[in-house]
Design a protein around this ligand. Sequence first.
Ligand SMILES: Cc1cc2nc3c(=O)[nH]c(=O)nc-3n(C[C@H](O)[C@H](O)[C@H](O)COP(=O)(O)OP(=O)(O)OC[C@H]3O[C@@H](n4cnc5c(N)ncnc54)[C@H](O)[C@@H]3O)c2cc1C
Length: 127
Amino acid sequence: MGVSIAYHLAAAGAGRVLLVERESGLGLGSTGRCAGGFRHQFSSEVNVRLSIESVRMLKSFSSDHGLPLDLHADGYLFLCREAATWQAYRGGAAMQRGLGVDVWLLSAPEAGELVPGLAVEAALGEP
Ligand SMILES: Cc1cc2nc3c(=O)[nH]c(=O)nc-3n(C[C@H](O)[C@H](O)[C@H](O)COP(=O)(O)OP(=O)(O)OC[C@H]3O[C@@H](n4cnc5c(N)ncnc54)[C@H](O)[C@@H]3O)c2cc1C
């Protein structure tokens, strides 16, 4: 977050930007440990909107900066086993679609076809 804010301030012409870091280098906190996955499926609208902007930035990163980025947009699959969770995810999917995100609701067999070998017996889904 700090590095991103510093970058955007500098790019917007804020002049000299000072980034204060307590460790010996950057990326030694959560960012250096994360798996690098990105998705749109969040439950709050603000997070979905942030992810839309973030994915846009990720996709144009190489051309914008002339740097390689090993980017794969393979999609995310969530399995719901509790009725309440399933209802919450359905509501989330409707909100995400309203913001232009391509989200599908699958039946358990359809999820199994999408990911062969996945144990979907206990999963709930669209009938
Ligand atoms: C194992 C793991 C896997 C994850 N996988 C994913 C994933 O796949 N996808 C995803 O989107 N998110 C993932 N996350 C979450 C993601 O990594 C974090 O949400 C994100 O990196 C947080 O960024 P940040 O800049 O807020 O924090 P950080 O990257 O931790 O940066 C904060 C910086 O502030 C510095 N700092 C703190 N206090 C001070 C101080 N007082 N003075 C000076 N400097 C200070 C720290 O040293 C650190 O460098 C994962 C997290 C973990 C731990």
